[in-house]
Design a protein around this ligand. Structure first.
Ligand code: NAP
Length: 303
């Protein structure tokens, strides 16, 4: 039986693993894909303290991972399917076997939200993408549309400038949710055209993206933008399906936690992008992860 199982190896899970390792808890981390989580979809982090020039997300996550492994905490590539309470402990069912733990930290992160328009699902991988870092190089000298007005849309538009011939940034309002420092960079970049107060109504194309249809929400006028790539960044959906029957979650699927990262069930803590909170950033994910591990440690001492 492990002291602690951590589910998800994004910044929150890795920070929790570092703290758990230093508390000398016998800890196992499960990750469905590869360590890093959603942040690997962004190429550069400019607001993580200690890196005034910004830091590549790959380099940062590599360092987190090394720190975890140097502490003797293993990260296993398995998908967690279910957590079953068993007396004072938990049975963690994975795609490759079951594991017992005295307590659990859920740091399962989130995934990209769809806009849900005609053509979107059909054209994923054929010009529709949710990851500038992964797919940007495929769009050298192409016309690209980026959809959204949050940090990710604006950050990725700036990144995609390195490849694209032109970028149209389509946002449904005139004000951006993204940090002003990023918005300023976008406004100053003459390769990026702002298409504001506009919603996408369709992505056009049969076997590959050929354009999008948009509607101006103020004038109700419709128009088309010809493009070969559509990058969609309209928010996140938490990966909490596997805990929805045992933990309290909100109407959007985010896990409800207390300030010490405790969930509605004793011995299960949660942190990072899968919980309801006000700031979804790497720096706050790390803070949540450290708090969750500290709470798990205190919980185990009391047991
Ligand atoms: P976000 O901040 O929730 O922004 C989503 C954007 O998409 C908003 O501008 C929203 O418009 C728009 N939107 C939502 N649904 C839409 C729809 N159906 N059609 C058209 N537009 C739609 O999401 P995000 O940019 O994906 O970022 C996710 C989280 O990660 C955020 O909390 C963000 O701050 C965080 N993040 C952190 C870092 C970092 O730590 N450095 C980097 C990137 C992202 P409205 O504004 O009108 O609602």
């Amino acid at each position: 039986m492990y002291d602690l199982v951590i589910i998800g190896a994004g910044p929150a899970g890795l920070a929790a693993a570092i703290y758990a390792g230093r508390f000398k808890l016998s800890t196992l981390v499960f990750e469905k894909l590869s360590p890093g989580g959603q942040i690997l979809l962004s190429p550069l982090i400019e607001n993580y303290p200690g890196f005034p020039e910004g830091v590549s997300t790959f380099d940062l996550i590599d360092k987190f991972k090394k720190q975890v492994e140097d502490l003797g905490v293993a990260i296993e590539n398995k998908e967690v399917l279910e957590i079953i309470p068993e007396g004072n402990s938990y049975l963690v069912k994975t795609s490759e076997g079951d594991f017992k733990a005295k307590c659990v930290i859920v740091s399962s992160g989130a995934k990209s939200k769809r806009i849900g328009v005609v053509g979107e699902e059909k054209l994923i991988g054929k010009g529709v993408s949710y990851c500038g870092t992964c797919d940007g190089p495929l769009f050298k000298n192409k016309d690209i549309v980026v959809i959204g007005g949050g940090d990710r849309a604006v950050e990725d538009a700036i990144f995609l400038v390195n490849y694209a011939k032109s970028i149209s940034l389509v946002h449904r309002r005139s004000e951006f949710r993204a940090s002003e420092i990023l918005v300023e960079k976008v406004r100053k970049n003459n390769k990026i055209k702002l298409v504001l107060n506009s919603v996408v109504t369709e992505i056009i194309g049969d076997s590959k993206v050929e354009g999008i249809k948009i509607q101006n929400v103020l004038s109700k006028k419709t128009s088309e933008i010809s493009c070969q790539g559509v990058f969609i960044f309209v928010g996140i959906i938490p990966n909490t399906e596997f805990v929805k029957n045992i933990l309290e979650i909100d109407e959007f699927g985010f896990i409800i936690t207390r300030p010490e990262m405790a969930t509605s069930r004793r011995g299960i803590f949660a942190c990072g992008d899968c919980i309801r909170k006000s700031l979804y950033q790497v720096v706050s994910a790390c803070s949540d992860g450290a708090t969750a591990a500290d709470s798990a440690h205190k919980y185990l001492l009391k047991q």
